[in-house]
Each structure stands twice: as structure tokens, then as C-alpha cells.
Design a protein around this ligand. Structure first.
Ligand code: ATR
Length: 289
């Protein structure tokens, strides 16, 4: 790869922590592939120094950056403009520097959708996502609910361990998602809720390495149904293994990470990057280390 010049475009990620982020590996792969004079940096910083960190990025005149936990809402007052979808979500994961004006986007939901569309045949997806069950009610659930509503979901059931959080999410998002009907179900009723849906998405941390698996008997899921997990460590979560064994369509979590990264890369560089098997293999090797 050619050495970066003094005009190199700087991009990166801020969050706490960023040390284990896979984003540098993803973006550097695409930057090298396109031969761009650019560099993606995990902006590790001193705890508590959010304002100076933001000012540092301004001084460096970065091309843009990703924002991860816990700064997705904290960044809002520093932006010149915010995409309506990100505004509705109250969270920004990507900033684009447009000549000194910072524009905020949220590519989590659109990235998820990009991945879903790449993984499932169009008609099958359209049919199945009409009735969807979302497990969890955190930030990931929020962006996925909005994305699925945009993609044509007619009904989305939100099922979360703490019922109040599910209700708060549904009330907050109902005005945002228009005709899509949002409802909630108690956590204990997640298996019976499967009878009504063609797509189920796990947005909780259950099933992640070091966490308890998600207990969910997929017996109630209709044939041809889609089971999607946003957990990507391990890639084949117990939920996806079970779904695969039952002949259901499975959609893994690495694709959402890659999808949101692809949308951010496109916003910064105007190029739609290719998510190829070599990149997925590289990330899986990193996850195993
Ligand atoms: P993110 O922003 O990535 O979605 P989050 O806001 O921490 O992460 O949300 C994590 C989700 O996993 C929440 O819906 C959480 O449920 P609660 O709202 O009841 O906390 C869910 N979750 C985490 N551990 C869980 C467990 N042991 N059983 C059920 N749900 C769990």
C-alpha cells in the first residue's frame, strides 16, 4: 500500500472503549482495496474527556467518524445537522464532515437492512418481515424497528425482559414509524409470539460468548421463517444453530456490523464497498483470537 500523504483523509471511531472494535479492520480493508489516501483510527482517549476529544477531531479536520457506546446521544449538540431518521432515534453512529459542518447519520438500521436484503431472497423477505418479533429494547432494537418499518413491516412486536422499556420504546417510536403497528408482549410470552411472525430478531446480548444463551423454542416458527441475531461472537449463536437445524433461514450478526460500516464508508468516500468472503474470514479470525 502506498504511504499516506499529508492530505490523507482521517476517519475513525470514538467510544468507550474502542480497543476491541472491529471497525478499523473493516474500513482499512476497504481503504486498501480502493487505494484511498485515508486512514481509520480507533480514537482512544482519556476517560471523561468528551468535549476535548470532539475539539481534537475538529482541529484534525477529520473526514468523519463513527460513534459507539456511550456517545451516540452525547454527540448530538455538536452537530450542525442531523438526518431525520437519526433524529427520530435520538442516536447518531456516523458523522460526516461537510466542509467544516458536521452532519450526523445513523447507519445501524439501514446497515442491518442492507445485510438482511443481501442474505434473504427479496420476496421471501418482504413476506416474512410483515410480522416481526424483536427481542430486546435497547439501542440496537430501536434502529432495527425503524429500519424494518421503512422496509414494509406491518406489525412489530417488541418483547423485552423489562416490560417498561419495551413499552417506552414502542410509545416513542410509534409516531416515527407511521402505519407500522408497534405492540409489546411480556418476556415470558416470547415463544407464543413466534406463532404470529415470519421474522424474529434477537437484539439482546443473550447468546454472546460469556453470556447465557437465549432460551427460545423455535418450534412455533412457521416454515421458511427468518431468524436473525445481532450477536456475532460467536457467529453461529445457539439460537442460529437451532434455527439452522430446523431448516429456518438464518441471518448472522456480523453482517449488521459490516452493513452499518459500509453505509458509513459510503457517506465519507462516496464509494459503496464490497463485503466479500475474504473480509468476513478476516474478521472471524480476529474474533477467534
Ligand atoms: P444495545 O444498545 O446494544 O441494544 P442495551 O441497551 O444494553 O444494548 O440492551 C441490551 C438488551 O439486552 C436489553 O433489551 C436487555 O433487557 P433489559 O432492558 O431488561 O435490561 C437485554 N438483556 C440483557 N441481558 C438479558 C438477560 N439476561 N435476559 C433478557 N434480556 C437481557
Amino acid at each position: 500500500m502506498a504511504a499516506r500523504t499529508g492530505n490523507a483523509s482521517l476517519v475513525g471511531v470514538i467510544g468507550q472503549p474502542v480497543t476491541h472494535s472491529l471497525s478499523p479492520a473493516i474500513h482499512e480493508y476497504w481503504i486498501a482495496q480502493a487505494g484511498l489516501d485515508a486512514c481509520y483510527i480507533p480514537f482512544r482517549h482519556r476517560v471523561g474527556d468528551f468535549f476535548p476529544l470532539i475539539e481534537s477531531l475538529r482541529v484534525l479536520d477529520v473526514r468523519g467518524f463513527n460513534i459507539t457506546v456511550p456517545y451516540k446521544s452525547e454527540i448530538l449538540p455538536y452537530l450542525t445537522s442531523i438526518d431525520p431518521q437519526a433524529q427520530a432515534m435520538g442516536a447518531v453512529n456516523t458523522v460526516v464532515n461537510e466542509g467544516g459542518r458536521w452532519h450526523g447519520l445513523n447507519t445501524d438500521g439501514s446497515g442491518y437492512l442492507r445485510h438482511l436484503r443481501a442474505s434473504v431472497e427479496a420476496d421471501q423477505l418482504t413476506q416474512n418481515l410483515k410480522q416481526t418479533l424483536i427481542l430486546g429494547a435497547g439501542g440496537a432494537a430501536r434502529s432495527i424497528v425503524v429500519a424494518l418499518a421503512n422496509a414494509g413491516a406491518e406489525q412489530i412486536i417488541i418483547c423485552n425482559r423489562s416490560a417498561e422499556k419495551a413499552q417506552a420504546l414502542a410509545s416513542h417510536l410509534q409516531p416515527v414509524v407511521g402505519k407500522t403497528v408497534l405492540s409489546t408482549r411480556p418476556w415470558d410470552e416470547r415463544e407464543s409470539a413466534l406463532e404470529q411472525v415470519g421474522l424474529v430478531v434477537n437484539t439482546t446480548s443473550l447468546g454472546m460468548t460469556g453470556q447465557a444463551p437465549l432460551t427460545l423454542d423455535l418450534g412455533n416458527m412457521r416454515g421458511g421463517g427468518i431468524v436473525s441475531d445481532i450477536v456475532y461472537h460467536p457467529l453461529m449463536t445457539p439460537l442460529l444453530q437451532d434455527a439452522h437445524a430446523r431448516g429456518l433461514v438464518t441471518v448472522d450478526g456480523l453482517g449488521m456490523l459490516l452493513g452499518q460500516a459500509a453505509e458509513a464508508y459510503h457517506a465519507w468516500f462516496g464509494i459503496i464497498p464490497v463485503v466479500d468472503q475474504a473480509l468476513r474470514d478476516r474478521l472471524q479470525t480476529m474474533l477467534r483470537q
